[in-house]
Design a protein around this ligand. Structure first.
Ligand code: PEP
Ligand code: MG
Length: 719
């Protein structure tokens, strides 16, 4: 009995998990019975389909009635033509067919139900989101995140989906525009082929066969005559723009590939999407209908809402109309957060599903100090928000606070030089208006990130000269491009660039991109004719790469007349540089501690993630010990040192660094006032005592407690 029960359980289980296989087995069994009965094969295909369809569509009674009547009709039909000798076999056969059909209806019905349930499940999440959104609209619910750039804002949401920035533009064209559109299409395809061939040649020279293979796949797709023919046919027959034709054709190809069974073929859909993007980009360059970057022109009071904001996107953002940024990811130490703070744009991260919870056009209140976003606020929420805004400082990027009149000195008169960090030439004026002693960090890569083409030497020289001339004779430290990581220019495809794919960053990347690097050095050398320019290399690994970079400068200098030789410095921001400190100090004219990267790399934290703020990471005993080691080594070898990471702009950390021996800090100009105030309140001896205690602490909590009890609280939120 038990055995029988077990078997039927097994059979049930098998039927449940393999309904299609069971159907096939049944069909074969029907055939076998027909065959065994010694008659010609007569599988009732003609009624399998309607019966199956009815069952699948949940018309069960219809399906059962058909399952009984159709085979019966079949046998009557047979009976008219066959001799009575066959009647017996025919009858048995028909009964079996009816049984098989009933089981078939049952299984098809179940399968149909199952897929309907799946559809319901899939749409439930979307429904939930819709409900939640309706709910937030009704009551003005606050979403909680984390402020990464402080301030209050009130505006209208603009939801941005990265990657959708190649718009298809206006689709319709007139018949007389068709020929020109086809020509534009041909040119864009040719340009895309040339781009890929250039990249392929680079891979080939590096013997990177796998990469060459991947590019070959894309090249073959681009050269496929059926792709180009279909796109052109869409232009000439359907009268749509070249962009639209490409977009539609790519979507069709992608969908076709995604429905294939083989994983390998499904993965090709990414290649198809990629070539589509490349052709669309090239169509954009040919002056077609591709629109500008979607963030380049925003409505007044725009609050950009996105899951992750790329730095190149942030740089494209309309600087006049954006009033706040809200993201799901974008950690506090990321360059986007630094940019937002530098431009005084309130920013909040860490709000899960924010792009679903907010729609373009929603009215939002942003309080980045509390990390809250209120969707569709009520009147009383708006009133409270505006009252808070009145009390707080204005968020305008042009608001200038009191400049440093008489330099920055500790209570006992020790001078601490305060300089500014900038990313673009136009920010230099802000540093000047705050009365800072020069530019301690010009993040030159910002000139590259939102450019379609590498900026040439002349354009760079103009930007650097403008800043150098403005500050002359005060120093301007131009850091060579720190590309890689979260800083990828638009003109480089990270996926196709072998050096970026190999994880290179900063100086190492520059040394492999020789022509880009040399053009930049030449521009900096030209700017050095206009003022007190210094060159600084980012992400130096050790004496070897520092020497290689110095040699590039020397070589270019020799070709230049009259050839003022600027001081050459190294950023100390990698553990590798800390280990090779003596070697670097022997050849560097100055060094600068980049606390952002140093902290994150020592703590093995992903800088772009939602981890700790730059200040909080810096206040880890291991990072502090490394910093102290660098400061002492530089002093011993008499090499000037400054600190330019975000931590330098924190008032408490500034006092701590002064106590550790630092005499020059470079920061976001908006932070200078608090730093100045804190340094003026402390004597050097007090700062030294605090540093001693902090360096003796063994846990991050101990470090923070020591600082909190000795100085004003550390603002670990926005920095
Ligand atoms: C740093 O790492 O501290 C630094 C100043 O460089 P950036 O933040 O531009 O990487
Ligand atoms: Mg850095």
């Amino acid at each position: 009995m038990n055995l029988l029960a077990n078997r039927s359980q097994l059979v049930k289980q098998f039927i449940k998990s393999n309904p299609s296989l069971v159907c096939v087995i049944l069909a074969l069994a029907t055939l076998a019975v027909d065959f065994a009965a010694g008659r010609e094969i007569r599988f009732p295909l003609f009624y399998v389909l309607p019966i199956g369809l009815a069952a699948w569509m949940d018309r069960k009674w219809l399906a059962y009635v058909m399952a009984i009547t159709l085979p019966a009709v079949g046998v009557v039909f047979e009976f008219l033509w066959q001799s009575t000798d066959y009647l017996h076999a025919e009858g048995t056969n028909t009964i079996i067919e009816i049984g098989a059909m009933i089981l078939y209806v049952f299984l098809m019905g179940k399968q149909g139900n199952r897929s309907r349930k799946m559809e319901v499940t899939l749409s439930t999440r979307e429904d939930e989101m819709q409900h939640f959104r309706a709910f937030t609209r009704l009551v003005g619910t606050s979403l909680q995140g984390r402020g990464v750039s402080s301030g209050l804002a009130d505006g209208v949401a603009v939801v941005h989906h990265p990657g959708n920035d190649v718009a298809l533009g206006d689709s319709n064209i007139t018949p007389d525009q068709a020929a020109a559109e086809v020509e534009r299409f041909d040119q864009a395809v040719e340009a895309s082929i040339q781009d890929l061939e250039k990249i392929r040649a680079r891979f080939e020279s590096q013997k990177a066969n796998d990469e060459c293979g991947l590019i070959d796949v894309q090249l073959s797709l681009l050269r496929d005559p059926s792709f180009t023919k279909k796109c052109k046919a869409r232009v000439t027959d359907a009268l749509v723009s070249a962009e639209h034709a490409v977009g539609l054709e790519i979507r069709v190809m992608e969908t076709r590939l995604l429905t294939l069974k083989q994983e390998f073929m499904r993965q090709r859909s990414a290649d198809v999407r990629d070539i589509g993007h490349q052709v669309l980009e090239n169509l954009g360059k040919s002056g077609g209908a591709v629109t500008a970057h979607p963030l380049a022109s925003l409505p007044p009071g725009a609050i950009v809402v996105t899951d992750d904001l790329l730095l190149s996107d942030a740089l494209q953002m309309d600087p006049v109309n954006v009033v706040a940024i809200i993201t799901e990811r974008t950690g506090p130490a990321s360059h986007v957060a630094i940019l937002a703070r530098g431009r005084r744009i309130p920013a909040i991260c860490d709000i899960n599903d924010v792009v679903f919870l907010v729609t373009t056009g929603d009215h939002l209140l942003v309080d980045a100090d509390k990390g809250t976003v209120t969707v569709a606020p009520t009147q009383s929420q708006s009133a409270a928000h505006f009252a808070d805004k009145e009390k707080s400082a204005p968020v305008s990027a042009t608001s200038v606070k009191t400049p440093i009149q008489s330099g920055c000195k500790t209570k006992d008169g020790v001078e601490i030089r305060l300089l500014g960090n900038i990313g673009q030439a136009d920010e230099a004026r802000m540093v000047m208006e705050h009365g800072l002693g020069g530019i301690g960090l010009f993040r030159s890569e910002f000139l590259f990130l939102d450019a379609d083409e590498p900026p040439d030497s002349d354009a760079q020289a103009a930007a650097y000269s403008e800043v150098a001339g403005l500050f002359d004779p005060l120093p301007v430290v131009i850091r060579t491009m720190d590309l890689g990581g979260d800083q990828i220019p638009r003109f480089i495809s990270a996926a196709n660039d072998p050096s970026l794919r190999a994880g290179m960053r900063g100086l190492e990347y520059s040394l492999t991109e020789s022509s880009l690097f040399r053009a930049q050095i030449l521009a900096i050398l030209r700017a050095s004719q206009r003022g007190n320019v210094k060159i600084m290399f980012p992400m130096v690994m050790g004496a070897a790469d520092m020497t290689a970079a110095r040699n590039v400068v020397e070589e270019i200098l020799q070709g230049e007349s009259p050839g003022i030789r600027p001081l050459i410095g190294a950023m100390i921001e990698t553990p590798s540089a800390v280990f090779d400190l003596r070697g670097i100090l022997a050849i560097a004219d100055f060094v600068c501690i980049g606390t952002n990267d140093l902290s994150h790399s020592i703590l093995a934290m992903d800088r772009a993630s939602q981890g700790h703020s730059a200040v909080r990471s810096f206040l880890h005993p291991s990072v502090l010990k490394a910093t102290h080691q660098i400061i002492r080594a530089a002093k011993k070898q008499a090499v000037p040192l400054s600190v330019c990471g975000e931590a330098a702009g924190d008032p408490t950390v500034a006092c701590l660094l002064a106590g550790m021996g630092v005499r020059e800090l470079s920061m976001n100009p908006f932070l200078v006032e608090n730093v100045l105030h804190a340094l003026r309140e402390v004597t050097l001896e007090e700062a030294r005592q605090i540093a001693r205690k902090v360096l003796a602490a063994s846990t991050p909590d101990e470090v923070r407690d020591t600082l909190a009890s000795s100085l004003a609280p550390v603002d670990s939120r926005a920095s």
